[in-house]
Design a protein around this ligand. Structure first.
Ligand SMILES: *[C@@H]1O[C@H](CO)[C@@H](O)[C@H](O)[C@H]1NC(C)=O
Ligand SMILES: *[C@@H]1O[C@H](CO)[C@@H](O)[C@H](O)[C@H]1NC(C)=O
Length: 361
């Protein structure tokens, strides 16, 4: 049944009651009024309908009082209260005297109807009731509604500036929210470098101060200690330092500058290349040269090592004329073989000294 029908029925009922109250006039012959009627005014016997007259309700002179937001009515000889229904007023507590004390359009304890209590409000908020939206919450000053909560968006790190905006926490620090803007506070001993919390005492990328990156030599990694840069050598590398090579990491087993220990360079030999092997210096002779008695020699042309180590070319006897002497000439080594004849120059007195040295006798 629609609201219009209800209203219509209500109106008809009121008309019926008023009609009965206004026009009933019943008395019997012995001045005993019919049930529901009484004589409340002289000369008007049995004219008062005490069943529904709010001025004489039940009996003469009983007045049904109006009360807050309600009007006194008389029904079946008893006083009742008709609340200002359309404006939301109700007598929810059924207590006499305080009238229609409750407005179901605004009361969170009786929202929409008597006894319908709105859910408990969150911290920093109060429950509200409205005719349009029913139960709702109203946040206290400086608090904002996020879902079912009242939050301070100025300081809440999980709702900073707007609902649900979570401030990210960095490693070694905590997230902050101030004035609705996310920030970071670094833990003790850490400094804020580019949004991250860095230990400038030990961070090789931010050593002593933000963005100061420590450099490391080859085969080493940079370190930072007490805010000062350093380096540590890779495994199997020894830390060597000082002039002329500077601080460095060397493999002491095969580094020619630090062979068997720091600053122990392997010597360079003519026609050879220094090597360090298992911490000991060696020499690798260049191509075409052979190691003989710690020297790199050409066995094809070296008189003292002609064709092989310690194979020396001697003298070719009695073929050299020099300064009036007849002497032997020095045998030369050619393609690994000692010569057995003296060269023509050794027979020329002006040039013989070269090939016939006296001391080579
Ligand atoms: C917000 O609510 C909490 C928890 O009930 C309370 O401790 C705090 O004092 C309230 N803050 C304000 C500003 O009312
Ligand atoms: C670094 O190590 C490699 C491999 O051991 C080596 O070849 C190189 O010479 C080293 N560099 C320095 C500067 O010692």
């Amino acid at each position: 049944m629609g609201a219009r029908h209800m209203q219509l029925l209500g109106a008809i009922w009121v008309v019926v009651v008023v009609t009965i109250c206004a026009f009933s006039d019943e008395a019997d012959a012995h001045e005993h009024c019919r049930r529901g009627f009484a004589t409340c005014h002289k000369g008007r016997s049995c004219k008062t309908q005490v069943s529904c007259d709010p001025e004489n309700c039940g009996k003469c002179g009983v007045r049904c009082p109006n009360a807050a937001h309600g009007q006194g009515r008389c029904e079946d000889g008893r006083c009742t209260l008709e609340c200002q229904w359309r404006h939301g007023w109700r007598d929810c507590d059924s207590a006499k005297g305080n009238g229609c004390e409750t407005n179901i359009d605004t009361s969170p304890k009786h929202c929409g109807k008597c006894g319908k209590v709105c859910p408990a409000p969150p911290a920093n908020g109060t429950a509200t009731c409205s005719k349009k939206d029913g139960c709702s919450i109203q946040c206290d000053a400086r608090f904002s509604k996020c879902g079912t909560q009242c939050l301070n968006l100025q300081t809440d790190t999980a709702n900073c500036g707007t609902c649900g905006n979570i401030c990210p926490a960095p490693a070694n620090g905590i997230a902050t929210c101030s004035g609705g803007t996310c920030g970071v506070t670094c833990n003790d001993g850490f400094s804020l470098c580019g949004g991250e919390c860095r230990d400038v005492n030990n961070d090789a990328g931010n050593c002593g101060t933000c963005n100061n990156a420590c450099l490391a030599p080859e085969n080493a990694s940079a370190t930072c200690s007490g805010g000062t840069c350093g380096f540590s050598c890779n495994t199997l590398m020894g830390k060597c330092g000082g002039a002329p090579l500077g601080d460095r990491c060397s493999n002491l087993l095969d580094d020619v500058n630090d062979c068997g220990g720091c600053n122990r360079p392997c010597p360079t030999i003519d026609n050879g290349t220094p090597k360090c092997s298992s911490g000991l210096c060696t020499t690798e002779c260049n191509a075409g040269f052979t190691m003989c008695n710690d020297r790199c020699v050409d066995l094809g042309s070296d008189r003292n090592n002609c064709g092989g180590c310690d194979s020396a070319c001697g003298m070719v006897p009695g073929a050299c004329f020099c300064m009036g002497f007849v002497t032997g000439c020095r045998s030369v080594c050619t393609q690994g073989a000692c010569s057995t004849t003296c060269p023509p120059e050794s027979q020329d007195p002006t040039t013989c000294i070269k090939d016939c040295p006296i001391e080579d006798k």
